[in-house]
Design a protein. Structure first.
Length: 337
């Protein structure tokens, strides 16, 4: 942040501004060899977030030159963050795949899905036990029973578990079973939930809100980081546009943008991003070409029978086919670097 003084500002006014900044525990850098005088602030600017600097005599304007999502910003952390989930690395050139059904539907369905996810080579099993459904009449998830099945699938396969938490009161239970907590698109700006997962001691997968700007999304990440949890993975899952052929519009430019603006890893979910299983493979490869650190893919042993998101779920054969293509693309991308 810099403070631009008025051209007519007196020495006394400049001194008064400098003193106010110092009283908030920050240092200043005053460029007095130019007109207007500019005062740069060094230190934790959160200290003056509530100070009405603009109201001080002689101040022309205050320009934020550092983003207010300070902890998520690459300016404060130039190296890419690599998150280690019990040996599985996310970020820094590693490609991670999280695959599984939209929802945990039954023990049999989940164990079958887990076996095929493992066989294809993914590292994480996904599956919602708490489902944020658009309609209250749709399947809402098995909740604790679903978490137990996920834990059983982890035992059986060695896959890590990522699953969504939809409310503050469920955070402890989900954190007890999962290796990674998912914040869904509908909850990206549920600030109490963001703070709660920030304190839960587990890595967080933060999906982009349905109509969230990249700036809002990074601020949502900041809420989690600000609680002391630095293990945040961003997930682009498509945004709402005028287009209706696809369920959402997958914004792959967000991959490059997040990488420029932030040090946090970013993965892409082409299943929710398109809503059509036939588009999942091409968008997965495009996401990796764009530099994504991984993918989240919906897979179901029998998509026609799925209780949610069947039309965008890959069947076992298409999933295996995708994973082979992902492997080739990963090798290709490694050679490019
Ligand atoms: C999901 O991953 O199943 C899900 C509900 O995704 P989103 O929050 O991106 O809609
Ligand atoms: Mn889904």
């Amino acid at each position: 942040m810099v403070i631009v003084m008025q051209v007519t500002a007196t020495d006394a006014q400049i001194k008064q501004v400098v003193n106010r900044i110092h009283s908030a525990g920050l240092k200043t850098f005053v460029s007095s060899d130019q007109s207007p005088v500019i005062i740069g602030l060094i230190g934790d600017k959160r200290m003056i977030a509530t100070m009405p600097v603009e109201a001080l005599d002689g101040v022309e304007k205050v320009i934020p030159i550092t983003e207010s999502y300070k902890l998520a910003s690459r300016k404060f952390h130039p190296d890419a963050t690599v998150i280690d989930v019990d040996g599985v690395k996310i970020g820094g050139g590693n490609v991670v795949v999280m695959a599984g059904p939209c929802a945990v539907e039954s023990r049999e369905q989940l164990l079958e899905a887990a076996a095929l996810v493992k066989e294809g080579g993914a590292q994480f099993l996904r599956g919602g036990a708490y489902k944020p459904r658009t309609s209250p009449y749709s399947f809402q998830g098995l909740e604790i029973k679903g978490l137990e099945y996920l834990a059983e699938a982890r035992e059986a396969t060695g896959l890590k578990i990522v699953t969504e938490v939809t409310e503050v009161t469920a955070v402890d239970a989900v954190a007890e079973y999962a290796d990674m907590l998912q914040i869904g698109a509908r909850n990206m700006q549920n600030f109490q939930l963001l703070k709660a997962v920030g304190r839960a001691g587990k890595p967080v997968l933060l999906k982009r809100g349905i109509a969230a700007t990249i700036n809002e999304w990074l601020h949502a990440a900041e809420y989690i980081l600000n609680e002391g949890n630095y293990d945040v993975i961003m997930c682009e899952r498509g945004i709402r546009t005028f287009e209706e052929y696809t369920r959402n519009t997958l914004d792959l430019s967000a991959v490059g943008a997040i990488k420029q603006l932030s040090h946090l890893p970013i993965i892409v979910d082409p299943s929710h991003g398109t809503g059509r299983w036939k588009l999942v493979k091409s968008m997965s490869l495009a996401a990796l070409a764009a530099g994504a650190d991984g993918l989240m893919i919906e897979v179901h042993p029998n998509p026609a029978e799925a209780l949610s998101d069947g039309p965008q779920s890959l069947n076992p054969e298409n999933y295996q086919n995708l994973m082979q293509a992902v492997e080739q693309m990963t090798e290709f991308m490694a050679k490019l670097q």
